[in-house]
Design a protein around this ligand. Structure first.
Ligand SMILES: [Zn+2]
Length: 398
């Protein structure tokens, strides 16, 4: 009985959370629950103040109906973006409206796990103070990190490129906070933000393809991220595009990243134009390349579209997604210009039927949604539990 009640509460709550305001009558149609079940569930959710009444809507001739919505002030959540050179902490209300933020720039996080933990905890304290929220109302802290997140007997972060080799991040953060912690790869949290509020809305199967200096992906299979055996799935950038091809920073040759990552694109251009390889600011250099009117620039960009299209064709053939969503700072810059060409090439490199099912689009939330995506992790748990807090489940109150 308890499970059924929880799942009914979760169905109603998810509908209100993702699709806005409904009357009790509409909720029955939208959830497939009986009118009586909806009335019971809504009664409980209103009593718990998870859901509030949002006004009246007229119905033809009959009595006006009461609209219901999720109460944004019922609880709040924290999202953290640990990037390679920054730590960003944000506090959101339950509907993920930002209430406060705190950001720290670091030269690098390489081999500096302790310093990152200090920054996260300091940012958390700062944000709680600035937003004035009661810490008792925080559902949890979601953290997006670079690298793989392995969930064994202890959660470990492996980020080869910044020298994090099995950093026990959960245990280290736990020493400074009692709040529930949710740690995931930053590509996955950004992907989750796109699935909830951006280009992935409404899809169950999608790949969010992220192109920055490096290249990664978040694979969403039937609504949830596909992680593989130890959190290493989605390393699209290190799939082989050319046997014995260009060297990649992972140590292998011919990886996709070595061709379509910002570094790979710029380095191919510099070779073709006979320029030195040193690049001070990759973003400035990529913008310059896109603005350059030269044969060498055009050829490098055409080739980039061909490599990216072939890589996306592979994703389509392996995962049969409804959407391939291209993002990351370089992905957005390149995609704006190259998306039509990328689609054409992807069509040639994938089977006809899965290609027809897959829309190739750009991310809609920009490049800064890692923290917001991390904050969806405690919200997802709350919605799945039918609006009951995990901390309330763990510790009896009173
Ligand atoms: Zn590689």
């Amino acid at each position: 009985m308890r499970d059924l009640r929880t799942s009914n509460r979760a169905r109603v709550l998810r509908r209100l959370y993702f699709d806005g305001q409904f009357s009790r009558h509409e909720l029955a149609g939208a959830t497939g629950l009986s009118q009586a079940s909806v009335s019971n569930v809504v009664g409980e959710l209103v009593e718990d103040q998870v859901v509030v009444e949002a006004g009246l809507v007229g119905s033809d001739g009959g009595r006006p109906r009461v609209l219901l919505r999720v109460n944004p002030d019922h609880a709040c959540v924290v999202g953290v973006d640990v990037g390679e050179t920054h730590v960003l902490v944000e506090v959101f209300d339950l509907t993920l409206r930002r209430l406060a933020m705190s950001t720290f720039q670091m030269d690098t996080i390489a081999n500096r796990g302790e310093a990152v933990v200090e920054r996260v905890l300091a940012g958390l304290a700062q944000c709680v103070e600035d937003s004035g929220v009661d810490p008792g109302r925080i559902l949890g802290v979601g953290v997006g990190v670079p690298g793989l997140v392995e969930r064994g007997s202890e959660l470990l972060v492996h980020a080869q490129t910044v020298g994090w080799n099995g950093v026990p991040l959960e245990r280290m953060l736990r020493a400074g906070t009692d709040l529930p912690l949710f740690i995931d790869n930053g590509a996955n949290t950004l992907g989750q933000a796109e699935m909830w509020f951006g280009a992935g809305r409404g899809a169950r199967n999608a790949v969010i393809a992220l192109i920055g200096s490096g290249v990664g992906a978040s694979v969403i299979a039937d609504g949830v991220p596909y992680r593989g055996a130890s959190g290493g799935a989605g390393e699209w950038g290190h799939t082989t595009l050319s046997l014995d091809g260009r060297p990649c920073r992972c140590g292998a040759h011919g990886c996709l990243e070595a061709y379509i990552g910002a570094k790979g694109v710029l380095s191919r251009h510099r070779e073709a134009a006979g320029l030195p390889q040193e690049i001070e600011d990759e973003e400035v250099a990529l913008r310059d390349l896109l603005a350059e009117d030269s044969q060498a620039a055009r050829e490098v960009l055409n080739e980039t579209a061909r490599y990216a299209g072939a890589g996306i064709g592979n994703l389509i053939n392996i995962f049969n997604p409804e959407r391939v969503i291209v993002g990351g700072w370089a992905g957005l810059l390149l995609g704006e210009r190259l998306l039509p060409a990328i689609r054409e090439v992807a069509a040639k490199h994938s089977l006809h039927h899965p290609y027809q099912q897959a829309k190739i689009k750009l991310c809609e939330l920009g490049t800064e949604s890692v923290a917001m995506g991390a904050a969806t992790l405690p919200v997802a748990e709350f919605l799945g539990a039918g609006g009951v807090r995990s901390s309330a489940l763990m510790r009896p109150t009173g």
